[in-house]
Design a protein around this ligand. Structure first.
Ligand SMILES: [Cu+2]
Length: 382
């Protein structure tokens, strides 16, 4: 157990308190006791006379407290949101319409100091006056102009006080001209991507295309079409996010660990949550925001899945993680380990009349042309 001495200034008196900085054991957390939240949905378009038109959004990064589990103390996080009160981890789901552009003014209201340790020995965005948290947003999977792509060196600190060498503009322009589907926005600042993601800066982005998708007959609407953003974290007993700051090769990189393994599995911001569902089909857009571990899909990959709960003979189903990690040669996951479970579905009621279906054929995506694009697609972040 590590105890950190903290001097707190309370009611004008200096008192000394002991803050328990030990690691929180995930086995203490009861599973499936917190209901899964649906992250706030923000429409990336307006509707004028029944027609969707372009919209400008303002989304801000805040430091705030987040409750990951009813028995875990509040955790300090970085969160995206339209206001500090409505900011969440993961961030709000942005819903765009194919062919209707969305502009986002990404703002940074983070404090002068990061909540997680930085590694000073890797190439990192460092503000000139060494204060502020550099951030920049990348829309993962988005086909967008370079100025809106969140280059690692286009970072900015709070109030755009300091900006990176490639910074060009405040408001990003997403054309939403690609196929409908699931994207994922996340921080991308040079050398800080991992700590900014660990702190909570990521969220789902959906592009819909009614004409193309409607014939597929998939479950639709806010109730039956749900993003699930899966990630893992470790915590200290005071609720703070734990990141091992000791490097594997400390003489070269004192803080560098190639991977992050958290012992608590989190879906939509709650540890091992439950979701109450009806006895019918649901569409789940599962985003793996885990930094290393593989569940159904690789890190940063997205799976679009239909689950038919009417096929279940029982009243509950547990979503399991069966992948060894690091994948595929790492430690196996078995039923006795905490990380073998992800979330629980509680199935309510009788089998329903369900007009949705699983299509025989999916959309055909055009083969991308790779000519001349390799240089632009190289991604440099840690
Ligand atoms: Cu990415």
């Amino acid at each position: 157990m590590i105890y950190t001495l903290v001097v707190a200034h309370i009611l004008g008196l200096f008192v000394v308190v002991y803050c328990d900085g030990g690691l929180f054991s995930s086995s203490q957390l009861e599973k499936f006791v917190d209901e899964i939240p649906d992250m706030p949905r923000i429409k990336g378009y307006d509707v004028v006379h029944g027609v969707p038109v372009s919209k400008r959004l303002k989304i801000t990064m805040f430091q705030k407290h987040w409750k990951f589990h009813k028995d875990l103390p509040l955790t300090t996080v970085f969160a995206y949101g339209e206001t500090k009160r409505t900011a969440t981890v993961p961030g709000p789901t942005i819903e765009a319409v194919h062919g209707v552009s969305t502009r986002v003014l990404w703002q940074n209201r983070l404090p002068s100091k990061h909540i997680l340790p930085w590694d000073p020995t890797i190439l990192t965005a460092i503000p000139r006056n060494k204060t502020g948290v550099p951030t920049v947003v990348h829309l993962h999977g988005g086909i967008d102009e370079p100025q809106s792509d969140g280059n690692s060196n286009s970072w900015f600190t709070a109030g755009f006080q300091q900006v990176g060498p490639h910074w060009t503009k405040k408001t990003y322009h997403y054309h939403n001209l690609q196929q409908p589907g699931n994207l994922y926005y996340h921080d991308h600042a040079m050398g800080l991507t991992r700590v900014n993601l660990l702190a909570g800066l990521f969220g789902a982005y959906i592009i819909r295309h009614e004409k193309v998708e409607a014939p597929l007959g998939l479950p639709s609407g806010d109730e039956f079409d749900r993003p699930l953003v899966v990630f893992d974290r470790s915590f200290r007993t005071d609720g703070s996010i734990y990141m091992n700051p000791t490097g594997n090769n400390p003489t070269i990189h004192p803080q560098w660990q190639p991977e992050y393994f958290g012992d608590v599995i989190v879906v939509n911001g709650k540890a091992w949550p439950y979701m109450t569902v009806r006895r019918r089909r649901y569409r789940f857009r599962i985003i793996n925001a885990i930094l290393v571990k593989e569940i159904l899909v690789g890190p940063s990959e997205i799976a679009d899945v239909v689950i038919d709960f009417s096929k279940s003979k029982s009243n509950s189903v547990i979503l399991h993680n069966g992948a060894a990690y690091p994948y595929p040669d790492g430690d196996p996951v078995n039923a006795t380990t905490n990380d073998s479970k992800v979330m629980k579905f509680i199935i309510n009621g009788q089998r329903e009349i369900d007009p949705s279906r699983v299509p025989k054929n999916l959309l055909k995506y055009p083969t991308p042309s790779l000519t001349g694009s390799l240089e632009n697609s190289l991604c440099c972040y840690v």
